[in-house]
Design a protein around this ligand. Structure first.
Ligand code: ATP
Ligand code: MG
Length: 351
């Protein structure tokens, strides 16, 4: 039995299901992300856990207690929303202290806990500043301190980093995860950013149109996406259509090596391979020849689009400090059969 469990959680708006039959068990201390495109039901799920949206049906338990219909303040969860809405007329310390005052915590204890929470997010030195005197990342950390100071059983984060610029956002990913690991607070974070979900979470819950479609550790999700929707949403994936033959998928008379369980010979099949699993070689030295159409330098890697008889294929190579193939060059694409997987075309079952 999990520390926080959702059982068949559903929320209808009229006859539209914002969240549909969501079941999930979260262990104590776990960091779980809800990942999915806009409108898939992430925020609605989080708000039902917080008690801000009433479920149409289903059940929520916290540490064995049914909290489905409990008032938000009785649940005592820590919440950080997208616009973390600090009180502008209060100092950092007063912002963090607010939740403790509402809970009638005595002054001495309040001061100690505020100091502790600010130390945790490395803002002790800025306790007397006002929010307008802080950077975006500092404000964000105040919001986290404010949520953690009440020592909540569960921390709920809704797109907590979305207001930050790209670099700060990346730094805060590691920082927030570090804080969570030090405190050990069970955390549920909503995000539509796959990089964020992969880098911060113990497990990622992928949602599509109100439903959970996969729950897995980040690495497993990336390596074994359950559907083509997930493989396209989490990282990049090449998908090449052909016919299954023993050992691979045949496209235009070439056999492209891959694994394919449960496919019968001659059946339509789609080969799926990640760009970073493909190597560039001399023409004729790989499993498929092509010509470089586009080349993009990403700093730590190069990304190529290569025109081939099987279609346009994306290839990603780590930057090894030398200039690789150029646009227009003839190249061979190479991969091992274990890096590619074949499945029935989507629409048919079991992709
Ligand atoms: N109060 C409401 N009334 C009617 N429909 C709603 C309401 N709140 C949410 N919805 C609908 O429920 C669906 C899920 O919304 P939700 O806010 O949970 O999505 P989300 O995954 O958080 O999206 P985003 O990434 O854009 O924040 C959407 O189709 C939305 O329009
Ligand atoms: Mg949302």
């Amino acid at each position: 039995m999990g520390f926080l469990t959702l059982e068949g959680l559903t929320r209808l708006y009229g006859d539209v299901a914002a969240v549909s039959d969501v079941s999930l068990s979260v262990a104590k201390g776990e960091f779980v992300s809800l990942l999915g495109p806009s409108g898939c039901g992430k925020t609605t799920t989080l708000q039902m856990i917080a008690g801000l949206v009433e479920p149409t049906s289903g059940r929520i338990t916290l540490d064995g207690r049914d909290i489905t219909h409990e008032k938000p303040d009785r649940r005592g969860l820590g919440i950080v929303f997208q616009s973390y809405a600090l009180f502008p007329h209060m100092t950092v310390a007063q912002n963090v202290s607010f939740g403790l005052e509402m809970r009638r915590v005595a002054r001495a204890e309040r001061e100690a806990r505020v100091r502790q929470a600010l130390a945790l997010v490395q803002l002790a030195a800025l306790a007397d500043r006002y929010p307008r005197q802080l950077s975006g990342g500092q404000r964000q950390r105040v919001a986290v301190a404010r949520a953690l100071v009440i020592d909540p059983p569960v921390l709920l984060l809704d797109e907590p980093l979305s207001n930050l610029d790209a670099k700060l956002r990346e730094e805060m990913q590691f920082e927030l995860r570090g804080i969570q690991q030090r405190v050990g607070t069970t955390t549920i974070m909503v995000t539509h950013d796959q990089g964020e979900a992969l880098s911060m979470s113990d497990r990622v819950v992928v949602m599509e149109q109100g439903h959970i479609v996969q729950v897995d550790a980040p690495y497993r999700l990336y390596e074994s996406p359950a559907t083509s929707f997930i493989s396209a949403f989490v990282g990049k994936m090449n998908r090449l259509s052909g016919v299954w033959r023993p050992g691979g998928v045949e496209i235009g008379g070439r056999l492209l090596p891959c694994n394919g369980a449960g496919l019968s010979e001659g059946a339509a099949a789609v080969l799926a391979i990640r760009p970073e699993k493909i190597g560039l070689k001399a023409p004729g030295a790989g499993v498929l020849d092509g010509r470089v159409k586009g080349r993009f330098f990403l700093g730590s890697a190069w990304f190529f689009t290569v025109e081939t008889p099987a279609g346009l294929i994306g290839v990603s190579l780590p930057n090894a400090g030398e200039e690789p193939a150029r646009e227009g060059d003839a190249v061979g694409l190479d991969w091992s059969s274990t890096s590619a997987k074949a499945a029935k075309p989507e629409g048919a079952q079991g992709a």
